[in-house]
Design a protein. Sequence first.
Length: 266
Amino acid sequence: MHFDQLLAMAAELGKDKTKVMQFPENWCQGRTAFGGLSAALLYQAIRQHIDNSRRLLSLSTNFVGPLIADCDFTIDVEVLREGKNSAQVLAKVIQNGDVCVITQACFGAERQSNVRVDVTKTMQLKPVDERFTLPYKEGVMPAFFQHVALCLQDGNMPFSGADTSHLGGWMKLKHVPEQMSEAHIIALPDAWPPTLLQMYKQPAPASSMSWYIEFIEEPTINHDAWIGYEAVTHHSKDGYGLEDGCIWSEDGKLIALSRQTVALFA
């Protein structure tokens, strides 16, 4: 089952909270759903409650517990407030009576303002070279890697004992969507391993606890385009790391900013 099929199912759950859905095991990361998929499904359900004239400003996701494959779950959406220009929405994935993932989204309509500050960040990535796309290796990589193409350009592979925590490269879905949306861009950055995993000297787990993404503007990207990602670790101590990321279009336009808290087990 490809990503757009799962998005369509999540949209139905957004319209009718009595409906249920499942996802197959090949979208898992360990025993739980790939986090980018979870966040994207919640966003797609939320989007059904918000007028298209309001664009996504930010999405904050907390991974509360495992979301298990091949098992029914529901998505509960609550519009917390909808004002003249903005809206705040909360959504939860509920499986077997437990809350697994929580997302809060903020939307805004265009407003008149004399204040303008242009983006000063610049992308450091080189053009995509598809020869360096990571191959999927069953039993070595998470199962969801079957659906995502990553082209590593800066940093190292997990468990390589690297002396840097910087990470960067290009990403896309292997099944090309008909149209690129915020949901696709939400899913893709989480496909990268935590920046600190490359510093491990031997295999050990790490887990995203919370993730926050802010969109600079509504993305207009070709459906088959590669998306750039650059991430740095600001701090890591006592088993927790904090990392920031920039999400880019192929022509170097900043699409979104990302921040993630990661629990480390090594």
